[in-house]
Design a protein around this ligand. Structure first.
Ligand SMILES: C[S@@+](CC[C@H](N)C(=O)[O-])C[C@H]1O[C@@H](n2cnc3c(N)ncnc32)[C@H](O)[C@@H]1O
Length: 247
């Protein structure tokens, strides 16, 4: 499904900005037993195993930022944050929230029976922070982006037609001593990534092989996430999340 579609916009606005109550309100018995961590993914991965206390002037990049929640989390700490996504519709959402606009979106009950909800800029996000959103391609990022103290790429890698091109760019995208956070559910699908571009072994091995000379692997952990499609369809996944430091 296209990341430009209304349905994806609705799913991702709820995933990134909906409260646990908004996500679960009309779901069946048992949903209240789901752990809180299932609802924290876009807030949790930007700070994965780092204390996120950057020095003044440090910069962060959220690549594949979708509608922007993780970019806002980074903006609470970094002096400059850029959120980049291939979908214009998604980065438009992030930019509108950053301007202080309220975004209406649909939560699906029965799939054909939506309820209107609102998303606003997350609390405690400085409105004056240097957070910008732009459309761009992770496999062909503009040359003048510069280098970042933190690059965050959540659930992006297995949506790229040529993931290797993104991995090849990383050493020049991260400052020496800077960090790279990669979260991937490794849901490789031929419609996004042609078979010959997919890893032949474990995804982490492919990443190690690509960036292992330039980066030290510091930590690996599974981080769960839940995307509500509709009242009776809650998509539960786990993203293998790794923290790397540029040598
Ligand atoms: C599965 S979503 C994950 C979004 C977000 N990081 C999250 O964790 O919720 C994948 C995102 O990658 C974006 N994307 C796909 N191909 C891309 C590319 N070539 N460059 C940048 N973003 C891309 C999609 O538009 C979508 O927002």
């Amino acid at each position: 499904m296209s990341y430009e579609s209304d349905r994806l916009r609705n799913w991702y606005l709820l995933f990134h900005y909906g409260s646990r109550e908004e996500i679960l309100t009309d779901t069946e018995a048992g949903a209240d037993l789901l752990p809180e961590s299932f609802f924290q993914f876009p807030v949790a991965t930007p700070g994965f195993r780092t204390d996120l206390r950057p020095a003044e002037g440090e910069r962060a990049l959220d690549i594949g930022c979708a509608v922007g929640r993780s970019s806002f989390e980074l903006a609470k700490n970094f002096s400059e944050v850029i959120g980049i996504d291939f979908s214009q519709a998604f980065v438009d959402c992030g930019a509108a929230l950053q301007r202080g606009e309220t975004l209406s979106y649909d939560r699906y009950g029965d799939m054909h029976l939506p309820t209107r909800l609102n998303a606003v800029r997350p609390p405690d996000t400085p409105s004056e922070s240097a957070l910008t959103f732009e459309q761009g391609d992770a496999m062909n990022l503009r040359e003048d982006l510069g280098a970042f103290d933190l690059v965050h790429a959540a659930n992006l890698l297995c949506r790229l037609p040529e993931p290797q091109r993104f991995l090849d760019r990383l050493p020049s995208l991260v400052c020496t001593g800077g960090h790279f956070i990669l979260a991937t559910p490794a849901t490789w699908m031929d419609e996004y990534t042609p078979r010959e571009q997919q890893p032949t072994g474990p995804t982490l091995d492919m990443v190690k092989q690509s960036i292992g000379d330039a980066f030290e692997l510091l930590a690996v952990e599974e981080v769960p996430f839940l995307i509500r499609e509709h009242q009776r369809k809650l998509q539960l996944s786990s993203s293998q999340t790794s923290l790397w430091r540029k040598k």
